[in-house]
Design a protein around this ligand. Structure first.
Ligand SMILES: *[C@@H]1O[C@H](CO)[C@@H](O)[C@H](O)[C@H]1NC(C)=O
Ligand SMILES: *[C@@H]1O[C@H](CO)[C@@H](O)[C@H](O)[C@H]1NC(C)=O
Ligand SMILES: *[C@@H]1O[C@H](CO)[C@@H](O)[C@H](O)[C@H]1NC(C)=O
Ligand SMILES: *[C@@H]1O[C@H](CO)[C@@H](O)[C@H](O)[C@H]1NC(C)=O
Ligand SMILES: *[C@@H]1O[C@H](CO)[C@@H](O)[C@H](O)[C@H]1NC(C)=O
Length: 500
């Protein structure tokens, strides 16, 4: 042999070793190639995507959501995702009570947008649902005829779209709470866990689902799985069987306790003690002024209870920007005097002890996000209160200058909304400094907005089966991983035979 001298301590490789090494390398490549072929062969050639549309007709505006999912996986958890959201111009559909025939046409622009997102050949098979919430519940109480006309205008428009119309109706507060809870737990992957996650969860016997806190303009919902179910208030309990597991869920929806109606309620209380047509309000910034027409004010079912005769037709409000006073002012909305159950939130409504983590979304998120109080590491209750206190104390002209891009109506109410959220959570539901940090303010989970709409569609399309669908013991990716590992071990063994 005429090999060059190798310096150093490395022993010289024998020729057979070299050949074995090359052979081993080649067989590894071959194994990987084989597996790759097997994997790609098993994938369907073209992704078979399905679509669904849900319109959330809220009290202040309507949102249209487009969801998509792979057809062959439709019974799996977590596969549905939001691909489009369109905010309808103008007020919520309940705002068309005087011009009911205009409610439907207001949705046309967003329906066109959905037509562009969804391939034309799939329009006909794509279901479209509209669910109206507390704004329409209130209009139905105030003027049933107008509410019916709004719904039929909306139905007419949805039927004339190229999609498969599945209904336009007012959903109950209980449904709104339940579907919000289903949405976040579906998106967080809490319902059906496969493989390692299931195993890990069975080790730590942690609370498996997250509670849901939803805040709209006209109502608010609290939904969670309590530690123990007491049968004392059956109207607040729901039973679900999802993916082979039973859930007993507590839910309540407070009508008139959304952020806009809460403000109306508060003003109605303030009016009771007003001596003349001008009122100082600690929940608005100093220097802010607003005039309210008394006639509109008491048509609202949320405020009409307090009605009395006033010698003036206009109310002038002037801001004081005092957070502490504002909190005391809001307190009156939570009547804690009477509880016919073992425990209550407020107004004599049953509330079992709070349990586990909570996802707080919709206006809970929008308001806290504006105030920079959402982050992965939750703020303490004290930090949140002091941030809102500082914001409320800023004079209106300064706030208006800094946030000139935000409509004055919305901008002027962030101070109230922030204080109201703390009152609702701290005084209403009695979150404490200890469990405050179990509230997670979240807008989106993945690409999907948190809210009731996804849960509503999942239920109406029967995409969450009661029983766990039979699944192979190993997931596809674990199967592939295992195959690769085995081949590598085999190759390694052939490379390094059992010599000592
Ligand atoms: C989903 O479940 C329903 C009923 O449980 C069944 O009819 C349907 O075929 C399932 N779809 C898929 C893609 O497995
Ligand atoms: C209205 O009443 C308040 C006290 O509630 C008082 O401070 C204010 O000066 C009065 N305004 C007018 C214009 O009379
Ligand atoms: C609270 O509710 C009780 C009855 O449940 C009522 O007597 C009382 O006046 C209410 N308090 C307020 C401040 O509304
Ligand atoms: C939130 O943070 C942004 C960026 O730091 C800042 O411009 C804005 O003023 C903050 N908002 C509030 C309400 O403090
Ligand atoms: C889903 O819809 C069915 C009717 O199709 C109803 O019986 C069931 O209670 C709903 N489930 C949830 C979780 O709301």
């Amino acid at each position: 042999m005429d090999e060059p001298k190798v310096t150093g301590t490395k022993p010289k490789m024998s020729t057979t070793r070299k050949i074995l090494l090359i052979l081993g390398f080649l067989s590894t490549l071959a194994a990987i190639a084989l597996i790759t072929v097997a994997v790609t062969q098993n994938q369907p050639l073209r992704k078979n995507i399905k679509y669904g549309i849900v319109l959330d007709a809220g009290s202040s505006h309507t949102n249209l959501y487009v969801y998509e999912w792979p057809a062959e996986k439709e019974n799996d958890t977590g596969v549905v995702q939001q691909v489009e959201v369109c905010k309808v111009e103008g007020p919520g559909i309940s705002g068309y009570s005087q011009t009911t025939e205009k409610a439907g046409p207001s949705l046309v622009q967003c329906l066109r947008q959905a037509e562009e997102v969804i391939p034309a050949e799939q329009h006909q098979e794509t279901p479209v649902y509209l669910g109206a919430t507390a704004g329409m519940r209130l209009l139905r109480l105030e003027n049933k005829d107008a509410a019916d006309k709004v719904l039929s205008s909306v139905e007419k428009t949805l039927r004339s779209a190229p999609f498969s119309f599945q209904g336009a109706r007012i959903i109950s507060g209980q449904e709104e709470g339940a579907y919000g809870w289903i949405t976040i737990n579906y998106l967080l992957g809490n319902f059906k866990q496969s493989g390692w996650k299931k195993f890990l969860h069975s080790l730590k016997s942690i609370s498996e689902t997250s509670g849901a806190l939803d805040l709209g303009g006209a109502s608010t919902q609290i939904t969670f799985v309590p530690d123990e179910i007491s049968p004392e208030s059956p109207q607040n309990l729901l039973y679900f069987r999802l993916y082979g597991k039973d859930y007993q869920v507590y839910t309540h929806s407070f009508l008139c306790y959304g952020k806009d109606q809460a403000l109306q309620q508060k003003l109605a209380w303030d009016l009771q003690s007003a001596e003349n047509s001008s009122l100082f309000d600690p929940c608005f910034h100093q220097g802010y002024q607003r005039t309210i027409s008394m006639s509109n004010f008491f048509k609202n079912p949320c405020t009409s209870i307090e009605e009395k005769q006033f010698p003036f037709s206009q109310l002038h409000i002037e801001g004081e920007g005092n957070y502490e006073k504002c909190r005391r002012n809001i307190q009156i909305l939570f009547n804690k005097t009477n509880c016919p159950y073992s425990s209550c939130s407020f107004n004599g409504i049953y509330l079992p002890p709070l349990q586990g983590d909570f996802g707080a979304f919709s206006a809970f998120y929008f308001v806290m996000n504006f105030l920079n109080l959402t982050s992965d590491v939750p703020f303490t209750l004290d930090e949140v209160a002091s941030a809102i206190q500082k914001f409320c104390a800023r004079p209106w002209h300064e706030v208006k200058l800094q946030y000139h891009q935000i409509k004055e109506k919305y901008l002027s109410e962030y101070c109230f909304s922030g204080a109201y959220i703390l009152s609702l959570l701290e005084n209403g539901y009695e979150f404490t400094t200890e469990n405050w940090q179990r509230i997670h303010f979240l807008g989106k989970i993945g690409s999907s907005d948190a809210g009731w709409t996804l849960g509503y569609m999942l239920n109406l399309t029967n995409m969450i089966p009661a029983e766990e669908p039979p699944a192979p013991p190993l997931s596809y990716s674990s199967y592939v991983g295992l195959m690769v590992l085995c081949s590598l071990v085999l190759v390694a063994r052939s490379l390094f035979p059992t010599s000592s």
